[in-house]
Design a protein around this ligand. Structure first.
Ligand code: DGJ
Length: 713
């Protein structure tokens, strides 16, 4: 069902033994990548950027791209190849570090074997006969999303130990001053870091064994002057959930290389074949948004497999922040009634339904319904939820085990790592490489899924691993794949204390991510804005939290909370019994707006706006046919200046006229006294005006958001 390797190429297209100086190109309407090789040596990317003319002479381009040399240098610059070899005097990090089965280091030196080219694929095979190694580079283009998927596979005649294998190594642009990568924390995911290019390397290595809040595997390299909406940007994402390594290195000669792979030494056994995860690449000439839209569309339209693609994304209710571990059937039924009345369409029963799970110290892996809380099983609650017209989802944390659990007492050897390891949330990870562990989890989970009509799993992963191990990640993938094969209608949400496992590897197997445990709308506004560089609305969960946020202590108005959740895949997570009539009414209105518009919103592109006021975080969600849009302009702080600065929109037709209106007119502050036309009704203006002058929004308090909808006339 899902695959971690690009599809095989048709064998009849093999081009045997090309002449010296091989040249290849990959194209879509927006970009060209030219790969050339001197003689039999490993190839290098000599051009990647805006689309080149069809008639470009690639042999000439190969010759013209040679970097000059002067005193103090070798007589030729070592190739910055798709896998720089330590054996060829390469002055930076090599793309491959490997040892023989007995531990002796190998210094590979590859030669051309053959190449396969089709309209959308390029596979290049190289061989080091002396060391019995083969290296394959695979590229796949996508004319619609403009994503190039690249992967490297190493095979060996005899078992070898892998220390490091990079996906195809990419030269970074020279006309760029900085790179943007991502760090984060619990309740603070997707924090962009801007780092200036300088001699030496920026080295990010995630050794936590899961994608992690701290190390989202993405990189954006803007060329000088690029913004959200304009300029050239190169985008990278490594689709793997086990922890990655990224090297962005400026060589002494000024060239720059970018390497991506699994974190080093994650393969604990000698083997005959190793492959990187797919590396997703894109070049944009429309600023960061060009990359963002490519990643968003690729995730939604190519990576995620939807059980029912035409089914609108249902509004969620999740009971975690309402009841935590205190499950009582009558209370949950009451909450379900209220959630349905507010507009929820799927009820998710979170942690606390199994074993003797009264808090987070016990029972993980005892995946049997707690008879104290559910004497008649889950059936009565599920029936009640269904009677309210909602579907039912259930929380699991399959990879985890508490020492205080029946399963740990019976199988202490199933836990991963040392006996005296540090616990995380009082729990250990199970060793997912063990078939017995996977079979056990499959049996327990499938028993529950078979017994009930459940259409959703919230799949949690609340601790890091004691040590990074690729076999663990492969084991998790195998379990999910098996469950998905047997329960194809069940959607899965990837959660790991919020956004700790978000990447295109897990998204090949899941349909939603729990972006953050922060339901604080102010924090969410920022997290969602930055996550949109990679993630579309349709997979990004966002819930309206309690009036006083449980993770920040902030008290935020219902309108702000509701509209920030309406920016993504909407849901509720507060105890609905706390809502006043006013709050329930605002929430119902926002939810109903979301439902009315979700058909076009779930395929819309999220475009980040360049706000002239740093206090305003704004985005424009643009329909695929470009005929309508909605702008969310969140006021994340008090502005320095007193009047709002106009907000420039993007990607509109300059010659078309647009009617724009405020959706949440009722949120107008009593302190606004001016007369911008938008305050009193729709305005009709040109795309040119909206993109050049900008939209004049009314004055607003901090911690509020304007929602303005536009349609092309
Ligand atoms: C962490 C998740 O992020 C929360 O949403 C919740 O599911 C808890 N785990 C349950 O233990």
């Amino acid at each position: 069902m899902t695959t971690d390797t690009l599809p095989p190429a048709p064998p009849q297209t093999v081009v045997a033994q090309k002449p010296v100086d091989h040249v290849w190109r990959l194209d879509d309407a927006r970009q060209t990548m030219v790969i050339t090789a001197t003689g039999e040596r490993l190839p290098q990317i000599v051009y990647w950027g805006t689309r080149l003319p069809d008639g470009e002479d690639l042999q000439m381009l190969h010759a013209a791209s040679v970097f000059d040399i002067t005193g103090g240098m070798l007589d030729e610059n070592p190739d910055l190849s798709l896998c720089p070899e330590a054996s060829r005097t390469f002055p930076g990090q090599p793309g491959l570090i490997v040892r023989q089965g007995n531990g002796t280091p190998i210094l590979p030196k590859f030669c051309f074997a053959d190449a396969v080219e089709t309209t959308d694929r390029l596979y290049l095979n190289y061989r080091d006969a002396e060391n019995g190694l083969s290296l394959k580079f695979m590229f796949l283009t996508d004319p619609e999303t403009h994503i190039i998927t690249a992967q490297t596979v190493l095979s060996a005649d005899n078992p070898v130990h892998l220390h490091w294998l990079s996906a195809p190594v990419i030269p970074a642009p020279q006309h760029s001053d900085e790179m943007i990568d991502f760090s984060g924390r619990w309740c603070g995911e997707f924090q962009p870091n801007r780092t200036a290019w300088s001699a030496g390397m920026r080295y990010r290595e995630n050794r936590t064994g899961r994608t992690g809040h701290e190390h989202f595997p993405g990189l954006l390299v803007p060329c000088t002057g690029a913004t959200n909406t304009a300029g050239e940007v190169y985008g990278f994402h490594y689709g793997w959930s086990g922890g990655h390594r990224m090297v962005a290195e400026e060589l002494p000669d000024g060239r720059r290389q970018i390497q991506w792979g699994h974190a080093a030494r994650m393969e604990h056994e000698a083997g005959l074949e190793f492959k990187t995860a797919p590396l997703y690449l894109t070049y944009s000439n429309t600023g960061l948004n060009g990359c963002a839209v490519s990643f968003q569309r690729h995730v939604r339209d190519r990576i995620v497999t939807w059980p029912k693609p035409d089914r609108p994304r249902p509004v969620h209710y999740n009971c975690w922040e309402a009841v935590y571990f205190d499950h009582k059937l009558d209370v949950l039924c009451d909450i379900a009634d209220r959630a349905a009345a507010l507009g929820a369409e799927r009820f998710v029963l979170d942690d606390g339904w199994f074993g003797n799970r009264d808090d987070d110290t016990r029972a993980l892996s005892d995946w049997e319904v707690d008879p104290r809380k559910y004497p008649d099983g889950l059936g009565p609650l599920i029936d009640h939820v269904h009677a309210k017209g909602m579907s039912f989802g259930l929380w699991f944390e399959p990879e985890m085990i508490n020492p205080d659990s029946n399963i740990h007492r019976a199988h202490p050897d199933w836990a991963l790592g040392a006996e005296d390891q540090l616990l995380g949330r009082q729990q250990k990870a199970l060793n997912m490489a063990l078939p017995d562990v996977r079979d056990f989890l499959y049996d327990r989970m499938s028993a529950i899924l078979s017994a009930h009509d459940i259409d959703y799993i919230k799949w949690d992963h609340n601790r890091v691993l004691p040590t990074p191990d690729a076999a663990q990640t492969r084991g998790s993938y195998a379990l999910i794949d098996r469950l998905r094969t047997d329960f194809p209608n069940v959607e899965i949400e990837s959660c790991a204390s919020g956004g700790g496992r978000i990447d295109f590897g897990i998204l090949q197997r899941t349909q939603r991510v729990w972006l953050s445990d922060s339901n604080d709308a102010l924090e969410r506004l920022r997290i969602q804005h930055d996550a949109a560089l990679f993630l579309p609305l349709s997979i990004t969960g966002s819930h309206v939290g309690p009036r006083r946020c449980h993770t920040s202590g902030r008290v935020l108005d219902i309108s702000f909370r509701a509209w920030v959740a309406a920016q993504r895949h909407m849901g509720f997570e507060m105890d609905p019994r706390e809502l006043t009539d006013h709050e329930a009414s605002v929430l119902t209105t926002a939810t109903s707006w979301w439902k009315t518009n979700r058909d076009w919103l779930q395929t819309a592109d999220i475009l980040r706006l360049d706000s002239a006021d740093p206090a305003v975080i704004a985005e424009q969600q643009m329909a695929r046919d470009a005929d309508r849009f909605v702008v969310f302009a969140g006021k994340a702080a008090t502005s320095t200046q007193i009047s709002p600065r106009p907000l420039r929109l993007t990607a509109l037709d300059p010659d078309a006229m647009y009617r724009v209106r405020l959706v949440n007119q009722d949120d107008m502050s009593r302190l606004t006294r001016g007369t911008p036309a938008l305050k009193s009704g729709p305005i009709t203006v040109s795309g040119a005006y909206l993109m050049n002058h900008g939209l004049a929004l009314p004055w607003a308090f901090p911690d509020t958001i304007w929602v303005a909808q536009g349609e092309r006339l």
